[in-house]
Design a binder for this molecule. Structure first.
Ligand code: TXA
Ligand code: MG
Length: 317
């Protein structure tokens, strides 16, 4: 069968080497991770970083997450601490991002971290991206592979939906297992959650034996990228709705809900993990079916449900 998307590449040694060559030439490619697909570029190259901001139309004050494969390499760029090691041991590689102090002699391009004195760092667990990182002598700056403020992609086709041919090389790593962006934990002064994700408050409680709070008041310092509307399908969203007779799309959760052409269930089983995995996929589907509005029923606000509600609130903003 002819490949109708010539910029989607399957996982093979040959294609990983191609990916490496793109990155070495400071080109931008899209790669799978367990959370969402990322738009990857050489974190040490200002040319590559500029291209990422331009492609996404991302405001320059919104810093990127830098992805590593080993602690040894991470230590060249940031100052680690005891809280970091505790979380690393428990959750890495995996869906967690750490905000740490940037080293003075770090090679990370200052535009990548928006000229702050901190850097967001993560160790993705997806095999393809781990293998790719192993081949490189630089870390990868990687925001989610969507236009700024839009829906994050959880498959290679979603990346096409966002960028078409403008991203020339996309590695297909199947559907992202988690489907929501990583938990962002600020470790610069204590431990705080900047962005909720699959690793929950409860999980962090187990590591530290004390409550870890979610930063409510977001400001320029604690999370520069979270000031405005985000994660949006581009149509109005109304939260905490009941199902009524309407032409709008409904996003529901659990088996008690009615079925219908305009009703989209995140998880019949009432499983929050499954709902998290289906959230962006469902919103993208609704957007592409040309519905004019989305109404969402109440989603339980526990575990990964906290992250789902966070994204829904920002999409509805
Ligand atoms: O799961 C993920 O984290 C995905 C995959 C591709 O790894 N990446 C991702 O990147 O979600 P992005 O760019 O969409 O979100 C990065 C978030 C933004 O909210 C940004 O403001 C925050 O991390 N961030 C980055 N550097 C920061 C810093 N130095 N201080 C505070 N927040 C920072
Ligand atoms: Mg994003």
């Amino acid at each position: 069968m002819k490949n109708i998307y010539p910029n989607i590449y399957r996982n093979s040694l040959k294609n990983l080497n191609k990916a490496k060559n793109f990155l070495k030439r400071n080109e931008i490619i899209a790669v799978p991770t367990e959370t969402v697909y990322g738009l990857a570029g050489n974190a040490y190259s200002s040319r590559a970083i500029k291209k990422i901001y331009r492609l996404k139309k991302r405001p320059k004050k919104n810093p990127l997450i830098i992805h590593y494969e080993s602690i040894e390499n991470l230590k060249k760029d940031v100052i680690v601490n005891i809280e970091f090691f505790k979380l690393y041991k428990k959750f890495c590689p995996g869906p967690i991002t750490f905000i740490l102090k940037k080293r003075k002699d770090s090679k990370i391009c200052s535009l990548a971290n928006a000229n702050l004195n901190t850097v967001a760092v993560r160790f993705p667990s997806h095999k393809i991206t781990k293998n790719l990182l192993k081949k490189l002598d630089f870390p990868l700056a990687m925001p989610s592979a969507n236009m700024s403020a839009g829906l994050s992609p959880i498959s290679a086709l979603d990346v096409i939906d966002e960028f078409g041919k403008r991203v020339r090389f996309i590695i297909d790593g199947g559907k992202s297992k988690i489907g929501l962006e990583s938990t962002v934990v600020n470790l610069v002064d204590g431990v705080k959650i900047n962005r909720p994700g699959a690793i929950s408050k409860k999980d962090l409680y187990k590591v530290f034996g004390k409550k870890i709070s979610l930063v409510k008041k977001i400001n320029k310092i604690n999370s520069p990228g979270m000031l405005r509307k985000h994660y949006s399908p581009g149509i109005p969203i109304v939260l905490n709705c009941k199902i009524v007779d309407s032409k709008d799309a409904f996003i529901v959760f659990g088996k008690k809900n009615k079925k219908g052409k305009n009703i989209f269930n995140l998880s019949y089983k009432g499983d929050l993990k499954e709902a998290g995995k289906n959230l962006y996929k469902t919103m993208r589907k609704i957007k592409n079916l040309n519905f004019k509005k989305i109404r969402v029923v109440k989603i339980p606000n526990r575990d990964i449900g906290i992250a789902i509600n966070d994204r829904l609130r920002k999409a509805a903003n």
